[in-house]
Design a binder for this molecule. Structure first.
Ligand SMILES: Cc1ncc(COP(=O)(O)O)c(C=O)c1O
Length: 224
């Protein structure tokens, strides 16, 4: 198993850190991530030496030795400046994750009683680091726009499921092939989430969302 841990820096599953469970784990350090660089960056972690050597070659045009190309690779070397920034920011990752978790608890507590919204659940054997705090609502697009008009930027992660992406059309799937994924893509709404959010900001998000959801007065049809 290769783990996509791109949104999971510091997350845990049954006592193990995300990225350390499979044969390899992939991390994105895109600036908005829990551990973000100053530009594009990422890393693969593995305990498998053979795989490590291969990945190190692949990222460097397939070279094991300068100008000797044993594999067809690509240029995916991370800039040193990104490594330098990440090294400093890594020290603050845990604190940032704790702040994200506290923000998530605020949303959990203040939205718990609202019938029109489904909240993310954290299993008791896992530690979520809330790169995103994704709720599900009906009439998502209306709510997204109304929140934006009140100065609150929410997001959609992600609006188009993989099987409906143009790139995967050759697999022959269509609308209806994966109804759960399709419904999720229509209902997902990411609320503002970053460590520095203040209680006042969190309170404003909750207040506006509740007002909008109550106005729609549509109890959630919990069919999934
Ligand atoms: C879950 C997940 N996987 C992979 C990626 C891709 O990361 P990158 O854009 O750094 O290649 C992202 C980035 O948004 C992600 O969230």
């Amino acid at each position: 198993m290769i783990e996509d841990a791109c949104q999971a820096h510091g997350a845990e599953f049954r006592g193990r850190q995300a990225g350390s469970i499979g044969i390899a784990g992939c991390f994105s350090f895109y600036p908005g991530k829990n551990l973000g660089a100053l530009g594009e960056a990422g890393a693969v972690v593995t305990n498998n030496e053979e795989l490590r050597n291969k990945i190190q070659m692949l990222r460097d045009h397939g070279q094991a030795k300068k100008y000797h190309h044993a594999l067809i690779g690509w240029n995916a070397r991370m800039d040193g400046i990104q490594g330098a920034a990440l090294r400093v920011k890594l020290k603050h990752l845990d604190r940032g994750n704790q702040a994200r978790r506290a923000n998530a608890r605020f949303y959990d507590q203040h939205l718990a009683e609202i019938e029109e919204v489904i909240l993310p659940a954290e299993a008791d054997y896992a530690r979520h680091v809330y790169h995103l705090y994704v709720v599900r609502v009906q009439e998502r697009d209306r709510i997204l726009q109304a929140m934006a008009s009140r100065g609150i930027a929410c997001g959609i992660h992600y609006p188009i499921p993989v099987h409906l992406q143009e790139a995967y059309r050759f697999l022959g799937h269509q609308k209806g092939s994966f109804p759960v994924a399709e419904r999720c893509a229509e209902e997902f709404l990411s609320l503002p989430m970053y460590p520095e959010l203040t209680k006042t900001q969190l309170g404003a998000v909750v207040h506006e969302l509740k007002t909008l959801l109550h106005a729609s007065n549509k109890a959630y049809e919990r069919v999934l």
